[in-house]
Write a protein that binds this ligand. Structure first.
Ligand code: FEO
Length: 666
């Protein structure tokens, strides 16, 4: 293998050697700087140090140390601005909780601007997301103006040592200290290390929205210099780096803001336009791989706030941004109009409907935000828009207006000792329209307002409880999140059932409806499992789709509970029902299950040998498969799936055939 040249020359003080995937700069005193280029693979445990994060995250082997790697200033070279040629500094791997690999990656992204990406390789999911096990990143940014230096966001608690090391190294190499710490929003995955950064830079001014600075007081428990900014406010770092702030509340916390650098065209957006996708490739060049993650992230975190997404897009439409520096996953450089445009299209599609559900939660209290987000995701799965409002920071008039507009209400129990929440609760009771469908749920915050009291105050003003209040008796796990999501879908379906049937009937001329029903199909039960969350559904829109590899397609309605377990990369089992034996299984799985109910109670099954997903003992054959890609139709996801394994239990039996008279139902 011949060394490559990437425009870096050896000098008397520095020897450069570049192999595909690695660039090594060796100093005269034996110090070694090791870079990797973007084609390097994800790290394996074998290269890791096993140092816990409570100890300095530095490993040493001879003269190569992580600290030495990071004590080199990085500069931006537009000539190297192709992803295949990018160089970056990569820390050694540190293990978290025994098995989770953590690492930082530092690289320049624009003039005087670099990112410190905290790579959380093995974070398997965020609470409300069941699938896409590709880890995540927490992205922070440093901007070196001519006379001021700003850090945009920090990192997750678990990156305490790694992040601070990287930050120290870059500031030290540039001979700078921090003048500003921009906090785009206060969820701990980006803001946990704010106090630690302020310990090292006590004179830094914390910049954020007014709501954000209020939240930060609770986080830091000490005074700090601060500057509250509004939309349109600017801070000049010098050298053309004029930062303009855009308020983007509810994306996805009430305090979120974007920051736009007029000098570079970089827009810092924190959660918005992100994805939970950990890769050494810092940008969106491989958009095909990224898209399912980008979409799923939007569905989970942004879709419940579609209206706020639309508002934020309107506010930034005239800003000449060319790079989206987000808080999670690859930054957007190569597909900015398309990917930003997706947010606009997806949000507009949801906003077309007239039925809405308002979701009242409390940020930074117990599990209120995550559980409410999960409920809202369930609502939006059924095509109903939600509007999320934080009871602790929203104006009571805002609450009244939102409740007045809504057909449904989700109320997460607020803390019983908060005056703002009490005021908003009194206001919403006065605004509730009779027969508004209501879901009330505990927040698992330790001092929840009793849900029975909340329920009776709703019933007193003629609200209709969809079901008894949801109670959370233990630290929410995947089953609790599944319950909340399904409750949200139930609420949306209760609000739209009549209109939905009428729409389906109106959509098809009678003759076409009868003709389409002549497409016969088999009868199956799809079963899926992710950790301890399981689901199942009767399916008939199934077909073989390829020979090599063996593949099939399956259509799943968007509002099906199992849809959350059938994301790209997820596995499932397709159970074939026999023509003489299908009836009991079909009846069982066609019943309407209450949210969170165990679909497999009373059914004999065993775990599939390749996937662990339930195989029904009463089926005549089964196939284990993995979702490879998904095609979106207006009301279904059509998944193309690779078959992994299969077996026949009854070679003599034939598959049940499903025939219909009309095509506007299954
Ligand atoms: Fe990535 Fe809302 O935190």
């Amino acid at each position: 293998m011949q060394p490559l040249t990437l425009g870096i020359k050896s000098t008397p003080r520095l020897t450069a050697t570049c192999w595909p995937g690695h660039l090594t700069l060796r100093g005269r005193r034996g110090h070694c700087l090791r870079f990797q280029t973007a084609f390097a693979a994800a790290p394996t445990n074998s290269t890791s140090t096993t140092t816990p994060t409570t100890s300095p995250a530095v490993s040493s082997s001879g003269s190569e140390t992580t600290i030495q790697q990071q004590q080199q200033a990085l500069s931006y070279d537009p000539a190297l601005d192709e992803e295949q040629q990018l160089s970056y500094q990569l820390s050694d791997v540190v293990m978290w909780a025994g098995t989770r690999r953590l690492q930082t990656q530092v690289l320049p992204i624009a003039e005087d601007t670099l990112t410190i990406r905290s790579l959380d390789w093995d974070r398997d999911r965020f609470d409300i997301e069941f699938g896409l096990d590709n880890g995540t990143t927490y992205n922070a940014y440093l901007i070196f103006g001519d006379h001021k230096t700003a850090l945009v966001d920090t990192s997750h608690e678990k990156f305490h040592d790694l992040f601070l090391q990287a930050l120290r190294a870059q500031l030290s190499a540039a001979g700078r200290s921090l003048d500003y710490l921009l906090v785009s929003h206060t969820e701990p995955d980006h803001s946990f290390l704010v106090p630690a950064v302020l310990d090292e830079h006590p004179d830094a001014v914390v910049v954020g929205s007014k709501v954000c600075l209020g939240f930060l007081q609770n986080l830091t428990h000490r005074p700090f210099k601060s500057q509250a900014v509004k939309g349109g406010d600017k801070i000049d770092l010098g050298g053309g780096h004029l930062l303009e702030f855009v308020m983007a509340p509810n994306l996805h916390w009430p305090d979120t803001m974007f920051s736009f650098d007029h000098g570079t065209g970089v827009m810092f957006t924190c959660d918005a336009f992100g994805s939970h996708y950990c890769s050494l490739r810092p940008f969106d060049a491989d958009v095909k791989s990224l898209l399912p993650h980008y979409r799923f992230y939007y569905d989970c975190l942004m879709k419940p706030n579609a209206k706020s997404v639309t508002t934020a897009l309107r506010k930034v439409k005239d800003l000449p941004y060319t790079l989206i520096a987000n808080g999670h996953g690859p930054m957007l450089r190569y597909n900015v109009p398309e990917l930003v445009g997706d947010y606009g299209r997806w949000s507009a599609a949801l906003e077309k409907g007239t039925t809405t559900v308002v979701v009242l939660y409390c940020s930074d209290y117990g599990f209120s935000d995550r559980l409410s987000q999960t409920l809202a995701k369930g609502v939006t799965k059924a095509g109903v828009a939600t509007e999320m409002l934080d009871l602790l920071s929203a104006d009571p008039q805002e609450v009244v207006a939102a409740v007045g507009r809504a057909s449904g209400l989700v109320l997460m129990a607020p803390p019983n000792d908060n005056a703002d929440a009490r005021t908003s609760l009194a206001a919403l009771v006065s605004a509730l329209k009779p027969k508004t469908k209501v879901v009330i749920a505990e927040s698992y915050g330790g001092r929840d307002e009793p849900v029975d009291v909340l329920a009776s105050s709703v019933v007193d003003v003629w609200g209709e409880l969809l079901a008894p209040p949801l109670r959370v008796k233990e630290l929410p796990g995947q089953q609790v999140y599944q319950l909340f999501e399904e409750e949200g879908t139930d609420l949306a379906q209760a609000l739209t059932a009549k209109a939905s049937i009428a729409r389906k009937k109106a959509a098809m001329p009678p003759d076409v409806c009868k003709a389409l029903a002549r497409l016969a199909s088999g009868l199956y039960v799809v079963t899926a499992q992710h950790n301890n969350a399981r689901s199942a559904m009767v399916a008939s829109w199934v077909s073989q789709a390829s020979f090599e590899p063996l593949g099939l397609t399956i259509a799943v309605a968007k509002d099906r509970a199992i849809e959350s377990l059938m994301q790209v990369g997820d596995t499932f089992v397709l159970n074939c029902l026999g023509e003489d034996t299908y009836s009991p299984l079909m009846k069982h799985f066609l019943q309407r299950f209450s949210p969170g109910a165990d679909r497999f109670s009373g059914v004999e099954w065993f775990p599939g040998p390749h996937t662990g997903c339930p195989v029904l003992a009463g089926g005549i054959a089964y196939l284990e498969a993995r979702v490879v890609s998904r095609l979106e139709t207006p009301d279904h996801w059509v998944s193309y799936c690779e078959v992994l394994a299969g077996a026949v239990s009854d070679p003599a039996a034939r598959t049940a055939v499903h025939r219909r008279r009309v095509a506007n139902y299954y």
